[in-house]
Ligand binder design. Structure first.
Ligand SMILES: Cc1cc2nc3c(=O)[nH]c(=O)nc-3n(C[C@H](O)[C@H](O)[C@H](O)COP(=O)(O)OP(=O)(O)OC[C@H]3O[C@@H](n4cnc5c(N)ncnc54)[C@H](O)[C@@H]3O)c2cc1C
Length: 473
């Protein structure tokens, strides 16, 4: 679908003018993961797109490559990439993770598959994926402007103020329609927060995170099994590791900021070494640069942002982390942002480009879902750092997998609904998950399933329960 010919004119070099005929149809703030994918979707519809990014172009020679940081990509994100034909390119370089491997303090490991055979998530490079999407956006005709930091948004005059790298004075740019894909600390959201009847909350976890590395073994092979997400659950904190194609693992230590132990108590090199020796001994032997990295790499915070409405009139909209930043424990922040883009695209068809309907309906449709995944992500921190070390919890997960095998159309475990079923909205997954919890509590009381796992007695108890089981949502 092509927008009207006036608004799709490509002679929009003179963006510093209020003459809306020469302005691009969409101005996007932030060329991160969500902004870059949105630019591709909008260009495929023929809209003119200009995108402003505060960082330098990461694709240029000499650009700071940064550390190798990865993300878990799953079905919701893949579905959105598929619509613009980049899913296979991205997955080719991704590392499939079929389950999670838990490491105890004595080095004993336990494995739990993520789903059924063939269901897995992918560890992908954050930088690589962002660059792929930026390049695709450019190939499709979007104009990317780097080293342009938006310092202020002025909706009444449809104008953004930008600070350009190496230039002392700020300049301004007019826009026709502005979408804030500028992440958890969005400049557009900053403006909305000061406007009437805008609800906003942010809450920080008492934990922060620090990225560390497990390099390849001396023969160049992976130091841990590469088809797993590895977890060292330690009750109130944890470390995880995801594989990279270069045979390294990126580890993330999620650790309290304060107290003992915490980032503030653990600063001395010998204390750091000693702590890892006590808590993560099997990882420590694989981390020759641990102390250097621990001291050098930043400690970052973890925030949940909720707000509403996400639009201002029919020409300002928030999307991705700018609208709903969540903590990373379900591996869904980016996947959810990519789902935003797909839903927005569907609404353009449903409302035939009537932005007066599309912008409010987008937020109305998405908010219940992004609130649900925010809650699920927080709950999953407790599951990952604590429960996965509990044999009772692991038994429960095995039983759920068995129920799913026997009743595939009536019971899908919560993790699978969230991760492998884009057709189930997050808020429905959350409701069904709560009902499953109640049902499982009852089943667990009916027998000694550690001893009788897989016996006819267990299957009969499940069958009896399923006679009355009704998720009802
Ligand atoms: C430790 C950690 C692990 C995670 N793991 C996963 C995972 O496994 N799976 C998953 O799905 N999600 C994960 N996430 C979440 C994921 O990173 C985010 O949800 C995702 O990056 C959101 O994309 P975005 O484009 O909305 O925002 P961002 O990726 O933050 O992009 C925003 C862009 O806007 C630019 N920008 C910001 N302000 C301005 C400004 N004023 N002017 C111009 N440009 C600006 C930024 O430079 C950036 O490029 C993780 C997050 C964290 C913190």
């Amino acid at each position: 679908m092509i927008p009207n010919s006036q608004s799709s004119r490509s002679d929009s070099n003179s963006v510093n003018t209020a003459n809306t005929r020469t302005l691009p149809d969409f101005t996007l703030l932030g060329a991160g993961l969500v902004g870059s994918l949105l630019a591709v979707y909008l260009r495929k519809r023929g809209y003119q797109v200009d995108m402003y990014e505060q960082r330098p172009d990461p694709r240029l020679k000499g650009a700071y490559a940064g550390r190798s940081i990865n993300l878990a990509l799953s079905a919701r994100g893949i579905e959105s990439l598929k619509n613009v034909g980049v899913d296979q390119d991205v997955l080719r370089t991704g590392m499939p993770m079929k389950g999670r491997t838990m490491h105890s303090t004595s080095g004993v490991t336990t494995y739990q598959p993520y789903g059924k055979k063939g269901e897995h998530i992918y560890s992908v490079s954050r930088g690589g994926l962002n660059q792929t999407l930026m390049s695709l956006a450019e190939q499709e005709g979007a104009r990317l402007h780097f080293e342009q930091r938006c310092t202020q948004v002025d909706p009444p005059n449809k104008r953004i103020y930008m600070e350009q790298h190496h230039e002392p004075t700020a300049h301004s740019i007019f826009y026709k329609r502005l979408i804030g894909t500028d992440g958890a600390y969005s400049a557009l959201r900053d403006y909305l927060m000061r406007s009437d009847r805008f609800d906003y909350s942010q809450d920080y976890l008492p934990h922060g995170y620090k990225e560390l590395t497990i390099p390849p073994k001396s023969d160049g092979s992976f130091a841990l099994s590469p088809d797993s997400l590895h977890i060292w659950p330690r009750g109130t904190y944890m470390m995880i590791a995801l594989p990279n194609p270069d045979h390294t693992f990126t580890c993330t230590l999620f650790f309290p900021f304060d107290g003992n132990p915490s980032f503030s108590s653990l600063k001395d090199p010998s204390d750091i070494h000693h702590f890892f020796q006590q808590q993560f001994p099997d990882a420590l032997v694989l981390m020759p640069k641990l102390v250097d990295e621990y001291l050098r790499n930043p400690t970052s915070s973890l925030v949940t942002v909720r707000c509403t409405p996400w639009h201002l009139g029919s020409d300002h909209l928030l999307m991705g982390d700018a609208a709903h930043a969540i903590v990373p424990f379900y591996g869904q922040g980016m996947n959810c942002g990519f789902e935003d883009v797909r839903v927005f695209d569907q609404l353009i068809d449903a409302h035939r480009e009537d932005w007066n309907q599309i912008f409010p309906e987008f937020g109305a449709l998405r908010k219940a879902n992004t609130d649900a995944i925010a809650d699920l992500a927080k709950a999953n921190f407790i599951e990952m750092r604590d429960k996965v070390a509990d044999p009772e919890f692991l038994l429960r997960k095995r039983i759920e997998a068995r129920i799913n095998e026997q009743y595939p159309n009536r019971w899908t475990p919560l993790y699978s609904m969230v991760t492998f079923r884009p057709d189930i909205p997050y808020h429905i997954a959350l409701q069904k998950g709560k009902m499953q919890d109640v049902w499982m509590d009852q089943l667990m009381e009916q027998g000694n399933w550690h001893r009788d796992f897989g016996t006819p007695a267990m299957d009969e108890a499940i069958a009896r329960g399923m006679e009355t089981y009704n998720e009802g949502v």
